[in-house]
Design a protein. Structure first.
Length: 75
């Protein structure tokens, strides 16, 4: 589980940076708090499915590209 958390943290940070978004900018587009985005990037926090889906949609990727341990069927 620790490996999956680290992967999600790194993946989200890299995707966000590639798109030129600050933590607060991504949070605003997703409709969540900057603290949530920061918690994912720092500690591998896993938010609920709805927030995971919105993050993936805003970043233009599949959820599994952020959280590789999730089933490929989750959007």
């Amino acid at each position: 589980m620790a490996e999956a958390k680290g992967a999600a943290a790194n993946n989200l940070r890299e995707l966000r940076r590639r798109r030129g978004l600050a933590v607060w900018g991504l949070a605003a587009r997703v409709g969540t708090s900057p603290a949530t985005v920061s918690a994912i990037e720092r500690w591998g926090y896993r938010p609920g499915a709805e927030v995971r889906e919105r993050l993936a949609r805003v970043l233009g990727v599949h959820v599994s590209q952020i959280w590789p341990d999730l089933a490929a069927t989750e959007r």
